[in-house]
Design a protein around this ligand. Sequence first.
Ligand code: ADP
Length: 622
Amino acid sequence: MTQIEKMEFKTELKQLLHLITHSLYSNKEIFLRELLSNSGDAINKIRFNSLEHEDVLEENKDWKIRLVLDKDGKTLTISDNGIGMSHDSIIENLGTIARSGTKAFLEQLQGEEGKTRPNLIGQFGVGFYSAFMVADRVDVRSRGPGKPEDGVLWSSDGQGEYTLVSSAKETRGTEVILHLKNEEMEFLDPFRIRTIVRKFSDFVEHPIVLEIANEKKEEGKEEEVLNSRKALWLRSKNEVTPEEHDSFYRQISNDFEKPLKVIHYAAEGTYEFRVLLYLPATLPMEFQFGEVKFGPRLYIQRVLIMEHCEELLPSYLRFARGVVECPDLPLNISREILQQNPVLEKIRKDLASSVLKTLKELMEEDLEKYRGFFQEMGSILKEGLRGDFDNKEKIAALLLFSSLNTPATQQISLQQYVQAMPEGQGEILFLAGESRELVENSPLLEIHREEKRDVLLLTESIDEFTLPWLNEFKGKKLKAVDRLDPEASDKGILEETKSRFNPFLKYLGETLSGISSARLTGRLKDSPMALVSQGMSATQERFLKRIGKGAPEIDSKRVLEINPRHPLVNQLRDIFEEKNDDPRLAQVSSTLYDLALLAEGSRPKDLGEFMKRVQESLKKML
Ligand code: ADP
């Protein structure tokens, strides 16, 4: 390549550049964090390769990132001796936008969240392009392992085009030269740069050194290294200050807030390993965008082996972030080997217990704070009920639920529920539905209200798919109140009443097409009828249909329970006994059935018919 290549950014990238320069403005110093972390990654990439290709790397193994401030040239340069980029990879990496993280970032900025929670923007690795917040031109000179002639120079003003030309480069690596905007000269101030590096990049593992261009080097003066590079997890617990934790956490998580909890310990015994985990106070932004890589960083002898080691953490604890260092693993370990490694299995169990224990302590020490955490992370935690058999009971103890006897703004734990159970109540009762309002109005709660039993109100769709996996808590079985339960329904119903109602029930079972049968119940107080399910609940069915998993075969027919003490029911039965083809019979029973469907959150099967019938009866009323 001799001539200059002129190319356009892909359209999405143009959009992104525009958004970044306009939206991230208040946090613009994060451009430095992004560029430094790219340099750190580039060094790690070549260093891992160097385990395989010693010879490629004889040159230049003094891993280092340089920041050069040039007041006269008005440039800030970030250079590294990492893996570098070839002509093709520079086009691929700096001219397109393939990364899902960046896409998610774009979407978020365009959505409401971008406007209302500007802090969250910083949670995304926005990457290289953030350089254009402070620079009106960026040059990138780079080359991979090879010859000086292989070097390339990429250049752009961030407006939609970039140029590429070959440009000899003596050493392997990348040099990012920022031609600072006139109003951004603060980034030439050594003091400002020191502060930013310490704030965001103190724990980058390679030295970041500061140089002032055209400054005479004093004899014997050492390079100024800006970052402390302290591996916090290798120090003992009481040696690390809260400020250091905050700063490290921010660096590895991109979160702007402090961590809610720090878990820091060294395990000794058969296997030795060190753990430094942080629990966030709010749900990490990227969790809202589908697939997320999770798991702590894995270090072996201070070398970063993996950015996210999923084998180290059960996914229902994926909100926890941090580092695990395990000296017992071989340095050249591969992902496949990792998966079968007994050490990892052991660490994973250990981390799970530690996180659960920490949450339990938080719940006991500061319930308000815990509530805040649960609000954000609770639905993830619940996944553990079906995923982590050994810890089921511990996870259950951490869950909070709304309940019939608890004000709508509050939630209770299973422990609190069990403690408040009146004598004689053997089970933990629950009812699921899409909202508290819906569930609260269910006729199936009437008897529990009257007999002063509390019922958990499950309003998250994940609840009904996870809570039943628990089976029991503290020896008390869990029980859904909207299931067919002949014993409970028969209570208070006399044999004589049963035989009096039998023909009528049979009639209902045959004429109402949506049900499998009708039966009497003592469970209702004020309502004439209610539906109960035999298999999947109505809420579960609706959920599965919503996510496209619904099929006619899962639409199990429900049982209609009839309250024999209700005047409407009695009148209807009388009509049936007198003249079983009286047109009012079909009209009223269909309408009552439709109301029962509405009460469980479903829709009448024929909405048009239902409305017509209601209007007819209103007409008669007037
Ligand atoms: P990210 O780092 O999140 O992938 P960036 O936009 O920051 O996104 O960078 C895009 C890609 O450009 C990187 O993935 C990397 O392959 C390449 N890159 C960026 N900076 C460097 C560098 N200093 N040395 C080598 N490659 C780099």
